[in-house]
Design a protein around this ligand. Structure first.
Ligand code: UDP
Ligand code: MG
Length: 325
């Protein structure tokens, strides 16, 4: 039986936390009764610098139920970092971690399937949204546009997956070696490369409280999601520069013809040519410098070069060989 840790980031969730705790307790009781998880499985609530009563509620839950553990972050660091703090703390005490938002908009029924996949040997199980009834029109369309944009930029993520997923202890151990500060877990976790699969997730609307993902936070996440994984925007600048230089050649022919045919007003040919030529040259130069900065950017991340899946190494065989010598 596995010891499961459920990690929930909580930012000003006083309205919904007690309700969520009730659902999570029922879920853990049920999974334990079905012998899927051990009795010492737990829920780790990460208080992400809330300014309301959230931390007091977490303390109260911890005092009244052995399931609930708490981590209090010194200040608000945002959803991604709060999840990371929770996962890194929880991995020391369990075999697998499931991350889920404190409002439990994701489908709790998917958790049992995630555990089954873990038992089959999968290290990462992604919750993939099959319906988003609980999300607003604005949220649905912006999310779709963002997933498409990521795809165009060549970033490998799981389509329609947010941060509802199971990770095994060893996958978390590997994740801890990615020292990124601009954290975008949905891009990072598929890079680990361990065996993974998906389960269906159906989004409900919040039972209480309101969304803590302001437009500003959503945009910051989207920008991190693209700029942390792709230097394509820089290549686009290089492309634009080359395009302008090409136009400057066409302009050169056009301006020359106009000059010979005496259509051109004095001064026009030189200005016309300079605009396109200098513009193209500047864009190209910025792009080339950008390419180098892009390389530096990738280097300073110090991402691990590889993650080892398995090592076959029998010490006994080696010592036997030696004595045979
Ligand atoms: N959250 C957090 N830090 C923040 C913002 C949000 O830990 O700065 C948590 C929040 O408490 C919730 C989860 O991230 O558990 C997702 O936030 P929310 O439900 O408000 O976002 P939405 O579902 O509307 O995208
Ligand atoms: Mg939510």
């Amino acid at each position: 039986m596995i010891r499961l840790g459920i990690v929930c980031p909580c930012y000003n969730e006083q309205e919904v936390l007690m309700l969520s705790a009730k659902h999570l307790t029922a879920l853990l009781d049920d999974l334990h009764a079905k012998q899927k998880i051990s009795a010492n499985s737990f829920v780790l609530l990460v208080n992400d610098g809330s300014s309301d009563n959230t931390w007091n509620i977490i303390r109260q839950l911890h005092e009244t139920s052995p399931y609930f553990k708490g981590v209090n972050l010194a200040k608000n660091v945002g959803h991604q970092h709060a999840i990371m703090a929770g996962m890194m703390t929880a991995k020391e005490y369990c075999d697998a971690v499931i991350t889920i938002d404190a409002d439990l908009q994701d489908d709790l029924n998917a958790i049992e399937k995630m555990i089954d996949h873990y038992s089959e040997g999968y290290d990462i199980v992604y919750g993939v949204k099959k319906s988003r009834e609980g999300d607003s029109f604005m949220k649905k369309t912006s999310a779709m546009a963002f997933y498409k944009l990521q795809h165009i930029m060549g970033i490998k993520t799981i389509y329609n997956h947010a941060d509802f997923r199971l990770m095994s202890k060893r996958a978390l151990e590997q994740l801890s070696h990615y020292g990124e500060r601009n954290l975008y877990l949905r891009g990072l976790i598929p890079m680990i490369g361990y065996r993974s699969t998906e389960v269906d997730d159906f989004i409900r609307s919040r039972e209480a409280g309101h969304s803590k993902y302001t437009l500003k936070k959503m945009l910051a996440l989207a920008i991190d999601g693209i700029t942390s994984f792709s230097t394509k925007p820089i290549s686009l600048i290089v492309g634009c520069g080359l395009f302008c230089l090409l136009i400057s050649i066409i302009m050169f022919i056009y301006v020359l013809c106009s000059y010979i045919e005496h259509f051109a007003v004095p001064g026009w040919p030189s200005i016309m040519l300079s605009i396109w030529f200098i513009g193209g040259l500047l864009l190209l130069s910025i792009g080339v410098i950008g390419e180098y900065i892009g390389k530096i950017y990738i280097e300073v991340k110090h991402r691990p070069l590889y993650n080892i899946e398995q090592i076959l190494w029998d010490e006994k065989e080696n010592s036997h060989d030696k004595t045979a010598d």
